[in-house]
Design a protein around this ligand. Structure first.
Ligand code: ADP
Length: 438
């Protein structure tokens, strides 16, 4: 620093020396003083102009062009500009980091909300906004509990016991959401709120519970009957005829359990195997004939069985398709009173837009189904009439098996039914699955 001061003072003295000497030559001591003063003034004016330019640039360094400065002012300008560039670079890097961080938070499947010490929303990502029905721009700086109008949320935030998460239901545009909310206090009274949509998790969990309860119930009923008969046979004096009757009933119950276990295994295979089935050409004419034979065997001559098969062969997994079609056929026979008609058809249709399909359908003149039941028929264990299903040997899993087997073949199940008149169940396959003769 001393060096700079010495150099600057030295330079100033040098600049003053020449006018002072010239002044002294012409006007003696007074001339020398005036010469030195004039030089000092000139230096001062020049410095002030440069200083003013520097100050003007410093006010808006990024907007103004670099001023033309000389000497020490050029040095000051150069150093300030370099420092400024360094700061700008650092700031840019920090801004980039922040932008990437916010991008990552936006990409999170969880809702993230930052709440300040006074309870106002500082920032939230799009997921949190959709969870709570907020506008991520307009609702910033608003009190979280005022916007998320929910008594449970209000009580949770007021209690300030954030060890346990809060499970909160909220009516959204697409139905009721179940949200898992966790709050983490940080900093000076601020809070980080994380929200997770667990609607689907809960639905799956409820389905799993229902399924286990249903399976247990389905197995328990025949087991109780069998256990009762065993008890009677051990403790009572029975005639041969009575014994025989009980054995027949026990066999019926064990058959029922066997069918249930078989259907459960088929369903587990269809649902659990994510791979497309190994495909082959399924010869449809013999398949339809075999299904008609099955129907006749099941009907024991109580129904008229009709067959129409005028489409080609199908590409698919033979075992899965057989299982699906045979469930439809056996349902038609089981839910059609004696004297009724069952018609099995395999046909190709063409749509107006040129995209055709191949359709396997089973129509019956049976009891039919009321419209409110139709959307739920493919749910596991859903039955319109539980007693009738059981009496006819149903497991309640047939149409669930049909649905999954068809899904794996990009086929669609359609049901048209009128109570008291009959039903048509059709499996519609994309035309691309048809194996043409050539
Ligand atoms: P189930 O073993 O009880 O027949 P499914 O899953 O095959 O189970 O069928 C579900 C329910 O759909 C049946 O219980 C029955 O109420 C109804 N259903 C299925 N097919 C027919 C049909 N062809 N006619 C009338 N009702 C039917």
């Amino acid at each position: 620093m001393l060096r700079v001061v010495a150099l600057r003072v030295g330079a100033l003295l040098l600049v003053m020396a020449l006018p002072a000497a010239l002044g002294g030559w012409f006007g003696g001591e007074l001339g020398a003083a005036l010469g030195a003063l004039a030089a000092l003034l000139a230096v001062l004016v020049r410095d002030s102009v440069q200083l003013a330019r520097l100050l003007r640039w410093l006010r808006w360094p990024s907007r103004e062009r670099l001023p033309a400065l000389h000497g020490v002012w050029a040095e000051v300008l150069y150093r300030s500009a370099r420092q400024l560039r360094l700061w700008e670079g650092r700031l840019q890097r920090e801004e980039d980091k922040l932008a990437r961080f916010i991008e990552a938070l936006q990409a999170s499947p969880n809702g993230v909300m930052m709440i300040d010490a006074s309870g106002q929303i500082d920032w939230c990502n799009a997921t949190a906004a959709s969870h709570f029905g907020l506008d991520p721009q307009r609702d910033l700086r608003q009190h979280a509990v005022h916007l998320i109008r929910n008594p449970e949320f209000f009580a949770y935030m007021a209690a300030r016991r954030f060890v346990e998460p809060l499970l909160m239901r909220r009516a959204g545009p697409a139905g009721t959401l179940l949200l898992n909310i966790q709050v983490m206090p940080y900093g000076d009274g601020q809070k980080l709120l994380l929200s997770r949509d667990v609607t689907q998790v809960e639905r799956t969990e409820a389905m799993r519970r229902d399924f286990v309860a249903n399976v247990s119930h389905e197995i328990k009923t025949p087991l109780t009957v069998i256990a009762g008969f065993i008890e009677s046979m051990r403790t009572l004096q029975l005639s041969d005829a009575e014994r025989e009757r009980m054995l027949v009933l026990m066999q019926e119950q064990s058959d029922r359990m066997r069918r249930l276990v078989e259907d459960l295994l088929t369903l587990a295979h269809l649902e659990g195997d994510p791979h497309q089935p190994a495909e082959e050409t399924v010869r449809m004419a013999p398949m339809v004939e075999r299904l008609a034979e099955e129907a006749r065997a099941l009907s024991h001559g109580r129904h008229t069985i009709e067959v129409v098969a005028d489409a080609g062969d199908l590409r698919g997994a033979s075992a899965e398709l057989t299982s699906a079609f045979s469930n439809l056929v056996s349902n038609a026979v089981r839910y059609t009173p004696d004297g009724g008609r069952v018609r099995i058809a395999w046909r190709v249709s063409s749509a107006d837009d040129g995209h055709g399909w191949a359709e396997f359908s089973v129509s019956d003149s049976g009891i039919g189904i009321a419209p409110e039941h139709i959307p739920r028929l493919t749910e596991r264990f859903y039955r319109v009439d539980r007693g009738r299903s059981r009496e006819s040997g149903g497991t309640g899993l047939g149409l669930a098996i049909v649905k999954h087997a068809l899904l794996r073949h990009q086929a669609e199940l359609r049901v048209v039914s009128h109570p008291g008149q009959g039903s048509t169940f059709s499996a519609r396959f994309p035309a691309a699955r048809l194996v043409t003769a050539d």
